[in-house]
Ligand binder design. Structure first.
Ligand code: OGA
Ligand code: NI
Length: 341
């Protein structure tokens, strides 16, 4: 628990950064000239055809886009900001029982400063949500602050609904049968990770999160107006410009595999910020562990054979991490592990 960055008084951090120092090649240049791309911001209240096409185009080009008018209510977004901050401010003794270094534990509070693959400047509360039967998960969640459980329940139900709607729109765009992504592909846990990136006095020597691709189908990131997220595109890192009340949507490797590479999973990372704290809430839809993921038959033909092998989702999650460790964090090498051509 003493590893949690947010519990260390800020001035003390100036003498702590060795724990988070990274190899120079993993770091952004000291003087950052990173260009800003405006990821497509898709207004989901527009016509279905337009939204569908815009998501398909953005998914093929970037593997990333933002959405507004997404169906998660503004009240829930504001309530999330409040309860996430209130949780962070709780005294350490109210959070200690949630802390764990065991990454097999479904619900836990942990710090990026303890990762096996390197130390990163973030603290995280990860919660598992079961569907259907969300009520079964809730008793594992923090009891404080008072409205935490109620607000998180509302949030995860609405955010999951948005994710399923985006997947349905992609189905239509790709010509897959209606409801293709429903059922076993999205019936596993939904993980909601609240990530706090405290101000970092040595922002040039560490990262909030290392370059990675998400492994699951789709991830929805809600963050405030402090920038930090970067996407790798055409050989360069690009900052993602925060848009009020938007979610950043990113496709995971599972979606790349299922679409046989039509939709891309893009590498991304989070920079630290010397002055401002940043909070993001990351919602990830998971498949059942024993569901076999592989390219959708409907998308294959003689001219377009399967490019990825079939793997059980549970194994896929483990194998990707193993391949990533073995390649020294090289995401492209790790993805190759699942490619057959
Ligand atoms: C992640 C992630 C981005 C962010 O948790 O996988 O990419 O902005 N988070 O916190
Ligand atoms: Ni990610």
């Amino acid at each position: 628990m003493e590893n949690m960055l947010h519990l260390t008084p800020v001035p003390a951090h100036t003498t702590l950064p060795n724990c988070c120092a990274l190899e120079p090649e993993m770091l952004p240049p000291a003087i950052t000239t990173t260009p800003v791309i405006t990821l497509p911001v898709i207004d989901m209240s527009r016509s279905r055809g337009e939204v569908c096409q815009a998501m398909l185009d953005a998914g093929k080009e970037f593997g990333f886009f933002q959405v507004v008018n997404h169906g998660v209510s503004e009240q829930v977004l504001r309530d999330m900001e409040v309860v996430c901050e209130e949780f962070l401010q709780l005294p350490a003794e109210d959070k200690a029982h949630l802390y764990s270094d065991d990454n097999k534990k479904l619900n836990r509070l942990f710090s990026g400063s303890t990762f096996k693959t390197g130390s990163f400047w973030m603290d995280c509360l990860r919660l598992a949500c079961t569907f259907p039967g969300l009520a079964d998960s809730v008793h594992e969640w923090p009891e404080k602050p008072k409205r935490f459980r109620e607000v998180f329940q509302k949030f995860v139900m609405q955010a999951r609904g948005m994710g399923l709607e985006i997947l349905q729109l992609l189905c239509e765009g790709l010509g897959l049968p209606t409801g293709y992504f429903e059922g076993e592909q999205t019936d596993g846990n939904v993980f909601v990770s609240t990530i706090w990136y405290p101000p970092c006095p040595n922002a040039n020597t560490t990262l909030g999160l290392p370059p990675h691709c998400d492994r699951n189908l789709i991830t929805m990131v809600l963050s405030g107006n402090v920038p930090g997220l970067e996407v790798f595109y055409n050989g360069d890192w690009f900052k993602v410009e925060p848009v009020r009340n938007a979610f950043v949507i990113n496709f995971g490797i599972q979606l790349e595999v299922v679409t046989n590479g039509i939709l891309k999973s893009a590498e991304h990372r989070v920079l630290t910020n010397a002055a401002l704290p940043r909070t993001s809430v990351v919602t990830s839809l998971m498949a059942n562990d024993d569901y076999i993921i592989g390219p959708a038959e409907e998308l294959l033909s003689e001219d377009n054979p399967a490019r990825y092998r079939n793997t059980m989702f549970g194994d896929f999650m483990r194998l990707y991490n193993k391949a990533l460790e073995e390649s020294g964090g090289d995401v492209k090498q790790a993805i190759k592990y699942f490619k057959i051509i």
